[in-house]
Design a binder for this molecule. Structure first.
Ligand code: NAD
Length: 502
């Protein structure tokens, strides 16, 4: 088992009330309904959000449309937009503790981890601010005496941004600042489970100088709000992060009006380990990759593909390290694994574990939920002897569950790694760089880590192959993703008639 840290009561904390942001105004919404968030680590209500209806969503979309068609934001210089983004980054930094507390209690994340995520988000806002000033097109002075070609990059228009609950503040930072840098206007819908930090971001953006209607933020369900955001004819693009199933639905909805769609979806990410790897380094990375964010992470290294000769030793060492992992109170600075997002999700994780055990996998570590009397928790679970036919080898469990498979040849390892519908990321471990490169090139995934895992930087593009998504976020093309290309084909001098030479 791991070290258990029972959550302390949320003393002196009152329920935080939030409204929605439409056209620069904080409003209660036409139906005056609200959604309440029960903290997954504490079992008490921590936030109450005004709940948007389809009508509120339409109003927000039309406000964004007007702000794009008639407002100042797309017409400002890139330098002006960049300065607003930089100011937003500094304001986020100055309110870091407030944002971190909200994400920790609403999502059940360890507070120390969330502080890191918010610092990461600040860096992304600054990176987007820098890219804003470098957005440019192309020119062709090589098309003959009478022709000049100029290719412009123009903001695509109104963007619907839909985000999940697992990294509430970080994921909106992978989209919104780049859309704003391009000059777009946006309607943002965070997950209805963890909307608080995105609503705080709305306050920050107003203070930073984002004009009314440029960023609208709605809390609501996918069926009621998300469906309007993905089908409304006034929306030009949808940027979605979430499950592969809802991603598929989003794409189908957006297809009705042929919106551009960017999708960041699920993963079943393998870590392939060869016998010559630095195993001390790998053991730590394996635990980090699998237990970080309680495994509720698209990038979780949830499949170990170990060379047969080292498998027994590696599993024993990860189990030993996992026994020292601290599970529990999201607000304790030493906690490494916080709460599971909802009771229903915990049940889903438990079902995956029990059906793997019934199907012949060996539970090498953990396996039972942790009961602190309130909230829902699960410590690390290691499933050894997993075979490709088991659901835990192919499906995203989204919990602290590590599936161990083995291989004998590099070809076999590549085949196992690629034998899932996902292709988000993968790790390859060997001291021989030939091995890392040969295997890394053949694994079909958007990011390949070599002798490391789940590292990242604002400069590095991120996204998935296969059913892990479409398009890339971050990196130097991230602003371009929110643009249209316009060709200016210019003629110089007398025109040649098309029916006969003059
Ligand atoms: P989800 O798909 O259930 O929900 C994501 C968002 O979509 C939420 O805001 C939800 O309200 C909204 N939504 C639901 N139904 C909708 C509909 N019909 N139309 C429009 N929007 C709708 O995902 P989740 O459970 O919140 O998050 C977990 C999933 O997200 C996992 O599969 C994970 O792998 C994925 N994820 C991917 C990345 C990545 O970058 N690839 C990052 C984080 C999470």
């Amino acid at each position: 088992m791991s070290i258990l840290v029972a959550p302390k009561a949320l003393e002196g904390h009152s329920v935080r009330e939030f409204q929605m942001l439409i056209d620069g105004q904080w409003v209660g919404g036409e139906s005056q309904r609200s959604l309440e968030r029960v903290a997954p680590g504490h079992g008490v209500i921590v936030s109450r959000y005004a709940q948007a209806s389809a009508g509120d969503t339409e109003r927000a979309i039309l406000a964004a449309r007007k702000a794009f068609d008639d407002g100042p934001w797309p017409r400002m210089t890139a330098a002006e937009r960049s300065n607003v983004l930089l100011k937003a980054a500094s304001l986020i930094e100055s309110r870091l503790e407030e944002i971190a507390f909200l994400d920790a209690v609403e999502a059940g994340k360890p507070i120390t981890q969330v502080r890191g995520e918010i610092n990461g988000a600040v860096d992304i806002w600054r990176y987007a601010a820098a890219l804003a000033r470098d957005l440019h097109g192309e020119s062709y002075n090589t098309l003959g005496e009478g022709t000049l070609g100029v290719v412009l990059r123009e903001a695509i228009g109104v963007v619907s941004i839909i985000t999940p609950w697992n990294f509430p503040f970080l994921i909106v930072a992978q989209k919104l600042p780049f859309a704003l840098a391009a000059g777009c206007t946006c309607v943002v819908k965070p997950s209805e489970l963890t909307s608080g930090s995105t609503l705080l971001l709305g306050e920050i953006l107003i203070e930073a100088g984002v004009p009314a209607g440029v960023v609208n933020i709605l809390v609501g369900t996918g069926a009621e709000v998300g469906s309007v955001m993905t089908t409304h004819p006034a929306v030009d693009m949808v940027s979605f992060t979430g499950s592969t199933g809802v991603g598929r639905l989003t794409m189908a909805n957006a297809a009705q009006t042929l919106k551009k769609v960017s999708l960041e979806l699920g993963g079943k990410n393998p870590q392939i380990v060869f016998p010559d790897a630095n195993l001390d380094e790998f053991i730590d990375a394996a635990a980090f990759g699998a237990w970080f964010n309680a495994g509720e992470c698209c990038n979780a290294g949830s499949r170990l593909i170990l060379h047969k000769s080292i498998a027994t030793d590696v599993v024993a060492r990860i189990a030993k390290l996992s026994a020292g992992v601290r599970v529990g109170d999201p607000l304790d600075p030493l906690t490494q694994i916080g709460a599971i997002i909802t009771p229903e999700h915990l049940q889903k994780i438990e079902t995956y574990v029990s059906s793997a055990a019934t199907g012949g996998a060996r539970v090498a570590h953990g396996g039972a939920a942790v009961n602190f009397g309130a909230g829902q928790f699960m410590g690390p679970v290691i499933l050894d002897g997993v075979t490709q036919d088991m659901a835990v080898a192919r499906e995203e469990v989204f919990g602290p569950v590590l599936s161990v498979l083995t291989f004998e040849t590099a070809e076999e390892a590549i085949r196992i790694a690629n034998a899932v519908d996902y292709g988000l990321s993968a790790g390859v471990w060997s001291r021989d760089f030939d091995t890392c490169l040969t295997v890394g090139r053949k694994v079909r995934a958007g990011t390949i880590w070599m002798n490391t895992f789940m590292d990242g930087a604002s400069e590095l593009p991120f996204g998935g192959y296969k059913q892990s998504g479409q398009g890339r976020e971050l990196g130097r093309h991230a602003v371009e993703d929110y643009t249209e290309t316009k060709t200016l084909n210019m003629h110089i001098g007398p025109r040649t008639g098309w029916w006969m030479p003059r």
